[in-house]
Design a protein around this ligand. Structure first.
Ligand SMILES: Cc1cc2nc3c(=O)[nH]c(=O)nc-3n(C[C@H](O)[C@H](O)[C@H](O)COP(=O)(O)OP(=O)(O)OC[C@H]3O[C@@H](n4cnc5c(N)ncnc54)[C@H](O)[C@@H]3O)c2cc1C
Length: 385
């Protein structure tokens, strides 16, 4: 790369990881590009549960971000105060939440995050810009868009989700089905016995390592879905859409509530790369964040908070690399160490716990029985909540 690159930092993907990364680069003086193949607002197949640490991480970055996020999501949000859990044997457990968490359809939530980027940063945002390939040399990185346009940068940050092009080109890894889930979801109205502040989780006897959910997302709508480990899906040749339809029609805790419900759109599916594998997150002139880095919580399937946290960590390291003009492997690997320190240990522990619970369904039932005692419930929630 003989001439100076167009950008110091090129962020590919404007979901939670990319938006958080751009917000964390505000005021850095760096030339930041944020690319997305979609035009926002765009949908993303998700359960739409925004985990509490998401807001905490944004508030720590700048309190105004969290305050504005709450204000801008107001028309499309429901605050969650309680979760109802149903065991494979039909035992119910109710959990009251202290920490603020909410549900909001990703169509709106991700648009609000990008609005914050527009308001608070000088980031150059390029929508409708699908990256086809990324190539890196010791001198810099080049992303080639679908139309053939080339964008150059000192550093690329891959925030382009579960099927990351940045990951595929610069840090390729085969799909590990033991560390990958697939899930489907659809929106419904007219669900009965479904309070607007309560999220429901149902664990199933037949399909372990996964669960079915009914999450209120505001305005009388519900995000309803089912997901499980890809290894089990492949082995048992499971059709997730069919399983979801059967559950809503026949499961004793669901069927009566969905009798009058109307489905609002198609059932859609997507992959969830689970965390805890310790996969490399830094390559030549490249860092990976969020789903591109496989950071989803193996127990709950939550990844929005991990996307935001890793996006912010990547921004901190990008600043340092640009200031010192040191893009060596050793320098970039400090990001990987930071992610492992902040998220890795917990993700590994939760992966082991998920595998254990899937192998020993008796343990899940025992946990539900123990959860009837308040002090044991508190302990259990700390372990898996
Ligand atoms: C069914 C399902 C339910 C889930 N439920 C929850 C939940 O309730 N709570 C939770 O916390 N997590 C949930 N997750 C996980 C969550 O959706 C992800 O962890 C989260 O979206 C990761 O954010 P991200 O920014 O890394 O990636 P994404 O949100 O996937 O964003 C990636 C962005 O990159 C863009 N992009 C992709 N490829 C390219 C390209 N080639 N060029 C340019 N742009 C590109 C995309 O358009 C997208 O905007 C769920 C996932 C699934 C599949």
């Amino acid at each position: 790369m003989a001439v100076a690159p167009e950008y110091d930092v090129l962020i590919v993907g404007a979901g939670p990881a990319g938006a958080a990364c751009a917000l964390a680069l505000a005021g850095s003086g760096l030339r930041v590009g944020l690319l997305d193949k979609a035009r926002f607002p765009r949908d993303k197949v998700c359960g739409d549960a925004i985990p509490g640490p998401t807001l905490k991480a944004l508030a720590r970055l700048r309190p105004a971000y969290a305050a504005e996020l709450r204000q801008l999501t107001e028309p499309h949000r429901t605050d969650v105060r309680r979760s109802r859990l149903v065991s494979p044997g039909g035992r119910e457990l109710s959990v009251e939440w202290q920490a603020p968490a909410f549900n909001s359809p990703r169509l709106h939530f991700d648009e609000v995050l990008l609005t914050l980027v527009r308001r608070h940063t000088a980031t150059e945002i390029l929508e409708d810009s699908p990256v086809k390939t990324v190539a890196a040399t010791a001198a810099g990185v080049t992303a080639t868009l679908a139309g053939g346009r080339e964008l150059t940068a000192h550093l690329v940050i891959g925030c382009d989700g579960a099927n990351s092009v940045v990951g595929r080109c610069l840090l390729p890894r085969p799909l590990d089905r033991a560390r990958h889930c697939a899930a489907v979801r659809a929106y419904y109205r007219g669900v009965t016995d479904a309070p607007a502040t309560t999220s429901d989780f149902l664990f199933l006897r037949r399909h372990r390592a996964g669960y079915c959910w009914v999450f209120p997302v505001g305005n009388g709508s519900y995000n309803v879905g089912f997901g499980m480990l890809s290894e089990d899906i492949a082995r048992e040749k499971i059709d997730l859409k069919q399983v979801l339809a059967e559950l809503l029609a026949t499961h004793p805790a669901l069927a009566p509530r969905f009798r009058e419900a109307q489905q609002l759109g198609p059932v859609q599916g997507f992959g969830l790369p689970l965390g805890g594998s310790g996969r490399p997150l830094a390559g030549l002139r490249a860092l990976l964040c969020g789903d591109a880095a496989a950071l989803i919580d193996p127990l709950q399937g939550h990844g929005i908070d991990k996307a935001v946290i890793s996006g912010i960590l990547a921004a901190e390291h990008a600043r340092r690399c640009c200031e010192t003009q040191n893009f060596s492997r050793a320098s970039l690997q400090q990001y990987e160490q930071a992610v492992q320190q902040r998220l890795g240990r917990d993700l590994r522990r939760r992966y082991r716990l998920m595998r254990l619970l899937a192998r020993a369904p008796g343990l899940v039932e025992a946990a539900f029985r123990l959860g009837q005692w308040p002090w044991l419930r508190r302990w259990l929630i700390r372990a898996v909540g």
